[in-house]
Design a protein around this ligand. Structure first.
Ligand SMILES: C[S@@+](CC[C@H](N)C(=O)[O-])C[C@H]1O[C@@H](n2cnc3c(N)ncnc32)[C@H](O)[C@@H]1O
Ligand code: SF4
Length: 391
């Protein structure tokens, strides 16, 4: 099979296709993603037929499009058989134009990795893998409820590096009692395995998870604001020193190796969301439609088989809502947000007093005349900056 080189980033928002595989081998106690454990084998052929059927409906809504990236996320997509991945990718290419050389990412768990499967995904067209490593010591992996140990993770990283042209892995930091020293050591070790992209997330206590209950009961204590800020600053310093600076709050890459698919979200481009619990944004004329599907996998499948799609909500976003979303997503990026696009959508300028205040306190900065971004200290209080500017 001939593989095309990755197309260059045009700087445009692009059009992505996201497909959600909603199953995991076990549920991690911190995770509130739409992921479910099934003790009976999942009928993958039936699900892949469901994905293709929903694509046909979404294709009618989106109209003809050129796809700039595909992302198979989860859940644990690496529980899929290569033939399922192949059927999904073929289905996407049947419904939209898929040029050679676009980014096709798949999330994988180190515990569900087998060399044969990885080779099969590659043969199906996947050219980038994102591995959920989470920690580089067995004690913390156990605490995070992971099914893999460090040895499995390193094996998976090596395999991914050998088989895929691009790979990234995720780590979760700001774990209970984690010191800056410990994290710095772990992160430096991570750089000996990394290629050109890393996702580094601070542990978030999500409502409804087992960690939330433990945290509420005082049995799980996460670093406070000051300690989190120190951990965040150490992260920025090390990743910048290693040549993989943050291009988004939690994502670090060598320039040019950014995740194209995630850039589409943050540049507020359109994306088709296929599968249980997937979200989408589709522009129709001057309106953007927000789509969201049924989360429960079997109910989603029943709906798709009956109605041709599992969408529960399709909401037309007004200009003001689009302007808010553009700001919310764009300020996560180091390249910041295009203010003329924001002004066009919102029909107004930023409140000069609020902007002045945030500029003076060093939370935001202008890049030329038409872009605005958060400074590193602004990134630490991103939600408040967005809330301040959006009103
Ligand atoms: C969609 S998840 C799935 C990836 C894959 N299933 C795995 O666990 O290896 C993507 C990433 O989000 C991060 N994540 C999930 N829940 C989190 C939380 N509560 N706090 C911080 N990071 C989280 C993890 O690093 C995870 O790898
Ligand atoms: S973190 Fe990944 S493996 Fe764990 S429950 Fe969430 S989606 Fe599944």
């Amino acid at each position: 099979m001939r593989y095309a080189a990755l197309l260059p980033d045009t700087g445009e928002p692009g059009f992505g296709v996201y497909v959600h595989w909603p199953f995991c081998a076990a549920k991690c106690p911190y995770c509130d993603f739409n992921s479910h454990v099934r003790h009976q084998p999942v009928d993958q052929e039936r699900f892949s037929a469901g994905f293709l059927k929903e694509m046909a409906t979404v294709r009618q809504m989106s109209g003809p499009k050129t796809v700039t990236s595909i992302f198979l996320g989860g859940g644990t997509p690496s529980l899929m058989k290569p033939s399922t991945v192949s059927a999904i990718l073929d289905g996407i290419a049947k419904h939209w134009h898929v040029p050679d050389g676009i980014e096709i990412t798949m999330e994988a768990n180190p515990s569900s990795v087998e060399a044969e499967r990885f080779r099969g995904y590659r043969a199906a067209g996947v050219n980038r893998v994102s591995l959920g490593v989470q920690a580089l010591n067995d004690r913390d992996l156990k605490f995070l409820g992971r099914l893999h140990d460090v040895a499995d993770a390193l094996k998976a990283i090596k395999l991914a590096r050998d088989i895929f042209p691009r790979m990234s892995f995720d780590l979760i930091y700001a774990r209970p009692n984690q010191t800056v020293d410990e994290w710095e050591r772990e992160l430096k070790e991570a750089f000996s395995y990394a290629v050109d992209h890393l996702s580094l997330y601070q542990l978030t206590i999500e409502e409804g998870t087992p960690f939330f209950g433990l945290h509420k009961a005082g049995k799980l204590v996460v670093p406070d604001g000051d300690q989190s800020a120190l951990l965040y600053e150490a992260t920025q310093e090390i990743t910048t020193g290693e040549g993989l600076p943050a291009y988004e709050v939690s994502n670090h890459a060598r320039p040019g190796a950014e995740s194209r698919h995630n850039l589409t979200y943050w540049r507020y481009g359109d994306y088709a969301g296929i599968g249980p619990g997937a979200h989408g944004r589709l522009t129709r004329g001057s309106m953007k439609i927000a789509t969201a599907t049924e989360r429960k996998p079997e109910s989603w499948l029943d709906r798709v088989e009956r109605d041709g799609h599992g969408m529960l909500d399709t909401e037309q976003l007004g200009y003001e809502e689009q302007a808010d979303e553009l700001l919310l997503m764009g300020l996560r990026l180091k390249e910041g947000v295009d203010l003329s696009r924001w002004q066009q959508l919102s029909g107004r300028d930023l409140d000069p007093k609020r902007e002045e205040f945030l500029l003076e306190h060093g939370f935001i900065e202008r890049i030329g005349n038409s872009r605005l971004r958060c400074t590193p200290s602004g990134m630490l209080i991103l939600d408040s900056v967005v809330a301040d500017l959006a009103c």
